[in-house]
Design a protein around this ligand. Structure first.
Ligand SMILES: [Fe+2]
Ligand SMILES: [Fe+2]
Length: 336
């Protein structure tokens, strides 16, 4: 089946819900998130999926308080029962500032009490900031097999569960000059080898650009079309790839891609600064379940007002209106 057609159809189905949410704002605090995430069985992982921080200390109107969100998120996350945090790119807003903003973001992230993992997005990778990108990965997530110089890697948060973090800004010549997602052939080959090596585990993938464009009008930002088919061909050989996490579009949704469910993350930088909580359980031999929902940051005073009103607030309102499927449950096939 043509993945792009499947993707658009599913997303367009979500468009009805999105349109409705423009008229009826979501009841953010209607129910405590923890209650909704109550699953039976053995917990395999509980983590936060945060995407599109767009961190910058540079004064600007688009994201006037982005420097504040991650510190607030760290305080918020440290109060919760978590195993780790997953970031899916656009860590920074201005790629050219990475060199001198890195210490500030790293300092904030180091406040987390649990491990965290990240991949890069288009805002982290413009031009030739290759050295800054490698330094950021090394300072923040350690080696993780990155010593050979690429920014893709794998980690296992618990027995039987594996994450593969892709780099969708991986271009020839290490010089990225577009908003679109791209992976070199070497990364596809690495992915195939890595999946072969972990056939006996449940695999989740983290990446910045989702391989499906949510709406046709967003095609300018899309993942490389040839790459989409290459990725689909690889993933179709591995039914143990169950779930994918991505960001980039600044609104949340759910789709399918090959054997996996795809969860598009809401952006932390958009008002009301949401992120996703995910809990994975083994319910019985060979059978698991996943529950997910959104949290929003507690914002205070000037930081809140700056985002809620003005152009930043209007932009966020539109993007949050496009979001759908904020909470859900799904079953998971576990290798036996
Ligand atoms: Fe972004
Ligand atoms: Fe992006």
């Amino acid at each position: 089946m043509d993945a792009s057609k499947l993707g658009r159809r599913t997303f367009l189905k979500g468009f009805g819900a999105a349109a409705a949410s423009l008229v009826i704002p979501a009841a953010w605090d209607a129910e405590p998130a923890q209650a909704r995430l109550a699953l039976d069985g053995k917990r395999m992982a509980r983590f936060a999926h945060i995407t599109d921080l767009h961190f910058t200390n540079r004064p600007q109107n688009r994201y006037p308080t982005s420097h504040y969100h991650i510190r607030q998120a760290v305080a918020d996350l440290n109060k919760q029962d978590l195993d780790f945090v997953l970031f899916t790119g656009d860590m920074f807003h201005f790629p050219a500032d990475m060199g001198h903003e890195m210490a500030s973001l790293t300092d904030a992230l180091k406040g987390l009490k649990v491990p965290y993992y990240c991949c890069f997005g288009n805002h982290d990778a413009e031009g030739d900031n290759v050295a800054a990108r490698k330094a950021f990965m090394k300072a923040n997530i350690g080696d993780q097999g990155l010593s050979k110089g690429d920014n893709y890697y794998t980690f296992s948060p618990s027995a039987g569960l594996r994450f593969i973090m892709l780099d969708t800004t991986d271009v020839e010549g290490d010089s990225y000059h577009a908003w679109t997602g791209y992976m070199r052939e070497t990364q596809y080959q690495w992915l195939e080898r890595t999946l072969q090596a972990h056939r006996d585990e449940t695999v989740f993938i983290g990446m910045h650009h989702p391989p499906i464009t949510p709406y046709p009008m967003m095609d300018k930002l899309k993942f490389d079309a040839k790459g989409q088919q290459r990725l689909l061909h690889i993933l179709n050989q591995f039914p143990n790839v169950q779930l994918m996490f991505a960001g980039h579009y600044h609104f949340g949704g759910r789709n399918t891609f090959g054997p996996a469910e795809l969860l598009l993350g809401p952006s932390l930088v958009e008002h009301p600064h949401p992120y996703r909580m995910v809990e994975v359980h083994e319910m019985a031999k060979g059978r698991g379940a996943i529950a997910y929902d959104w949290h929003k940051l507690e914002m205070h005073g000037d930081e809140d007002h700056a985002c809620e009103f003005g152009t930043a607030g209007v932009r966020s309102l539109g993007l949050m209106g496009l979001s759908y499927n904020r909470a859900g449950l799904m079953t998971l096939a576990l290798p036996t």
